[in-house]
Design a protein around this ligand. Sequence first.
Ligand SMILES: NC(=O)c1ccc[n+]([C@@H]2O[C@H](COP(=O)([O-])OP(=O)(O)OC[C@H]3O[C@@H](n4cnc5c(N)ncnc54)[C@H](O)[C@@H]3O)[C@@H](O)[C@H]2O)c1
Length: 459
Amino acid sequence: MDFQLPNLTRRDFLAKSSLGAGMILGAPSILKASAPGAPADEIRVGFIGCGKQHEVLFNAMVNIPGIRYVAACDIMKDRLGRTFGAIKSRFGYSIKRYLDAADMLEKEELDAVFVATPDFWHAPHTVMALEAGCDVYCEKMMSNTIEGARSMVAAMDKTGKLCQIGHQRRSNPRYRYTLNELILKEKICGQLINMNGQWNRALSSSQDIVSKPSILPDADTLRRAGFNTGADKELSLEELRHRFLNWRFYKDLSGGPISDLGAHQIDIFNWFMGSQPTSLQASGGRSYFKDREHFDNVMCIFDYDTPQGSARAFYQVLTTTSAGGGYFESFMGTEGTIEISEREAYSNIYKESGADNAKWDKLVQRGLLKKEAAGVAAGGSDAIASYESAPPDQYALPGGLSKAPHQPHIENFLSTIRGEAKLTCDARHALESEAPIYWVNEAAETRETIHFTEEHLHT
Ligand SMILES: NC(=O)c1ccc[n+]([C@@H]2O[C@H](COP(=O)([O-])OP(=O)(O)OC[C@H]3O[C@@H](n4cnc5c(N)ncnc54)[C@H](O)[C@@H]3O)[C@@H](O)[C@H]2O)c1
């Protein structure tokens, strides 16, 4: 009897490749027909938004095999040209360029789309791409509104496509190791009672100074792209360009610093706690940048109920100072504190003097922790006053990330498309964690405590 090979679709091929690798963690996404001569398991990628973060993502992708760059879209021709040139010089082939995302999605056969537009475009672009049958990697904050973020979760559910949100720390091996091994398994912090996080970054004044204003989009393009949104009049070209270049300053275009920067760390609080907070208090001010609609500094406190007892997190985002240690999140328990950051230099671990020495020594022997030289945390030779507690011993995490910080998150997305992994931050989990952030500006504006209900936090 003749034995006929089945006609393998790219999806079947991917599933079989995964079997070869000995693991299937999720059903592979259905990939579109590949270009003649192209490997069957190549993922056909398109970009929406080719600004600064797009460059970061692209540079984190270039060493990942199995990607075919197909098309890019931006309302700014110059930025499209830069992406086109970068792909041509690195990979030797041309991509298609589009000024309109719907046009690109209609004309191109794409498997995966990376969205890195301003926050107010994330929901429309993501929903559009999911509905066009693509898997989507969308930058954080999911949206400038919680309704926008919810529409992304609904579109992910409705289409059955993948939607990864760009909280890249969720795939960072140091973060995953810290949560899974040190906090959950070894419980080195003891009872976690406090968290503390910050992003202190002095932002220069607005970014209007462009060497060649002629490369900026014209007024019609900017109006069509929604940069007039929220204004009570028809804006001039100059005003539209100011909003285009400084969309982070405007309430209808972004959530301001608490969502732009705070999203990274408040996400980590909620991810590590494995729960949403129960209440929120906040204060903020337009203390220096009077022309910005958003607060230029915000401080907030979240309360949590945990099986061990109550816990609380303090977070601040300051845009007028870079002092005070940059950006990090601290998890402070009765036996130890883990201070972690995407920047390895800001990461530290402290053992309380009352914690079990033998347990910590064993972790060092097993290579799970590195002991720092004595006196690092004690502040050198300074004498300890009688009213102070003994200084904690200082430790470090072993190993570091040898890749660009965004690469593991993109790899996780692409591996999930192939059926070899599970998304580390799909839209639903991202929104569970982001939901409290959407309420911070309101809490700071009203100075009233928000006691979270299902209505505030549902996905
Ligand atoms: N994960 C991270 O660490 C990280 C870091 C920085 C920024 N981001 C996120 O990345 C996103 C982009 O930020 P950025 O700093 O690159 O901003 P940007 O202004 O530099 O880039 C946005 C790009 O989108 C284009 N654009 C605007 N409207 C468009 C439309 N309707 N269609 C197509 N293109 C459009 C603009 O021309 C621009 O090129 C933001 O959501 C931001 O929060 C994430």
